[in-house]
Design a protein around this ligand. Structure first.
Ligand code: FAD
Ligand code: SF4
Length: 478
């Protein structure tokens, strides 16, 4: 089934995972620079030498975009970094991003054959290593098909939209990428903090997509400036892809949510990361944050908020989560990072009331303790409140990170576009097509909040099917 490339495979200790160096916790809580520093060449070569180059590689099946993992690792092992990155980019236009934020432990690495007995190959770290080398040397532009004269509009420059734009540009389409914000990247720039994903890394990958020929049009809110119908009937686009994400925050609906000192994680992270509030007054966005902060939620968004608050110099940061640690949806690696940064977790606790002072500012949070039921039909254990267990904790800032829903602008201005009651656009999962002809969708707007790589995977499906649709359409034209 497999062949070894290294005699070290006989040595059992060899299979320990090679950790990437990180900034020390006491240093990193005082800055917004990247925490994980990435592999050195020595690290990367040792890690790459573990790969068995399986013929029927299970890791590839675990990769939502199907990168030929053994092949890229083989080139890396032979120090042919150009060939390694070329293999990755056949399937993934955002490798330096994915190498940093993809939940590899749930995807490719989970299926790595070595993981059955020892540690799997650190595929994500290796992907980041070759992508970073390419960024340092200057990103190469692959061969692009000659222009085919067809125009496609892509709405939303998050991972889904960027993927569709890149794939169609490579096939010779003229692609215009409309983005509501002043900069491209979606959650990659406005949500995920600099210390996990530097903006310069996102910018380099967006620049690459622009160099493929994609026209970037920021500061353009589709549904207001133009409707989908206008793009198709008046602006000369033959197909549209909607990748507008899930950017509206959910709230708790408990008393006190309107007090000063309560933030949605979206607003908090946008102020801190995108508007650089951590560098006020050099940048013009202020941020009022107190000394004791509690973040409500258990996902990546909650951890990013808590760790950002810590870096803003607060004395104490808590995370309050209604289930237990094993049930947290956040990446394991980031939970560990947060623990190292002295974030205190309060598990099995749900907020019931935010209490204010006479000036209308938060002074405390009341929460109730929870216990978990037996697993239900979905296999998940439901949190149930324990009667009369309400407790109060003194805090002056509350950040709510309990989920996000789609922004309704496009849905409400596009006649005939089928949506669920939650505003998610209904698509045919095999093709990405919506209820409307020539209109496709993917990413969080079509799945609900998910991951970077799942948004990219749905973008790839839509791009292939837009290509097929437009090819068939022109073949049918007399
Ligand atoms: P988005 O990234 O949301 O991009 C949508 C874009 O569309 C935005 O730029 C928006 O401004 C634009 N837009 C919206 N409406 C319009 C309009 N009407 N006209 C024009 N433009 C519009 N996933 C991971 O895999 N790993 C992680 O570590 C991780 N951490 C996360 C941390 C945070 C704080 C958050 C919020 C999410 C995180 N996620 C993570 C989830 C992941 O980022 C998303 O699933 C992914 O970005 C979805 O991609 P998308 O392209 O569908 O949408
Ligand atoms: Fe096999 Fe793991 Fe290498 Fe994939 S990464 S080819 S599963 S050893």
């Amino acid at each position: 089934m497999s062949q070894s490339v290294n005699k070290n495979h006989q040595d059992k200790t060899f299979f320990k995972v090679v950790d990437a160096p990180k900034q020390e916790p006491h240093v990193r809580i005082n800055n917004f620079k990247e925490v994980v520093l990435g592999y050195t060449e020595e690290h990367a070569l040792v890690e790459a030498s573990k790969c068995l180059h399986c013929l029927n590689a299970q890791c590839v099946k675990g990769c939502p975009v199907g990168i030929d993992i053994p092949e890229f690792i083989k080139h890396l092992y032979h120090k042919d970094y150009d060939a390694a990155i070329a293999i990755i980019k056949e399937k993934n236009s955002l490798p330096a991003i994915c190498g940093r934020v993809c939940p590899q432990e749930e995807q490719c690495q989970k299926f790595c054959i070595l993981g059955q007995k020892d540690a799997p190959v650190s595929i994500g770290r290796l992907e980041r290593y070759v992508a970073d080398i390419e960024q340092e040397k200057g990103i190469k532009i692959p061969q692009i098909a000659p222009p085919n004269g067809k125009k496609v509009a892509v709405i939303g420059a998050g991972p889904a939209g960027l993927t569709v734009a890149a794939d169609l540009a490579k096939l010779g389409y003229f692609v215009e990428l409309f983005e509501a914000l002043h900069t491209e990247g979606g959650v990659l720039v406005y949500g995920i903090p600099e210390f996990r994903l530097p903006k310069s890394i996102v910018k380099a990958e967006v620049d690459y997509i622009e160099k493929l020929g994609v026209k970037l049009t920021p500061n353009t809110l589709i549904g207001r400036l133009f409707t989908i119908d206008e793009l198709l009937s008046k602006k000369g686009f033959e197909a549209v892809f909607i990748g507008t994400g899930a950017g509206l925050p959910k709230f708790l609906n408990i008393p006190g949510e309107n007090l000063n000192g309560v933030y949605s994680a979206n607003e908090f992270l946008i102020r801190v990361n995108l508007m650089k509030a951590y560098n006020f007054p050099k940048y013009k966005t202020p941020l009022g944050i107190g000394k004791k902060v509690v973040v409500i939620g258990g996902g990546n968004v909650a951890l990013d908020s808590a760790r950002s608050a810590k870096r803003l110099g607060t004395e104490k940061v808590y995370i309050l989560y209604r289930r237990d640690k094993n049930e947290m949806p956040a990446r394991e690696e980031e939970i560990l990072n947060a623990e190292e940064e002295d974030i205190e977790f309060k598990f099995l606790a749900a907020p019931t009331k935010i209490i204010g002072d006479e000036q209308g500012h938060v002074k405390a949070l009341e929460y109730i303790n929870m216990e978990l039921s037996q697993p239900d039909t979905s296999g998940r254990r439901k949190p149930i409140p324990i009667k009369n267990s309400e407790t109060t904790m003194d805090v002056d800032t509350v950040i709510i990170a309990i989920g996000r829903t789609p922004n309704p602008i496009i849905q409400s201005t596009t006649k005939g576009l089928e949506t669920t009651t939650g505003g998610i656009i209904v698509i045919d999962k095999k093709t990405g097509q919506t209820s409307l002809n020539a209109v496709y969708a993917g990413g969080d707007i079509a799945t609900g909040e998910a991951t970077v790589i799942s948004a990219m995977a749905s973008g790839k499906i839509a791009a292939q099917n837009i290509h097929q649709y437009l090819t068939n359409n022109s073949n049918n034209t007399p």
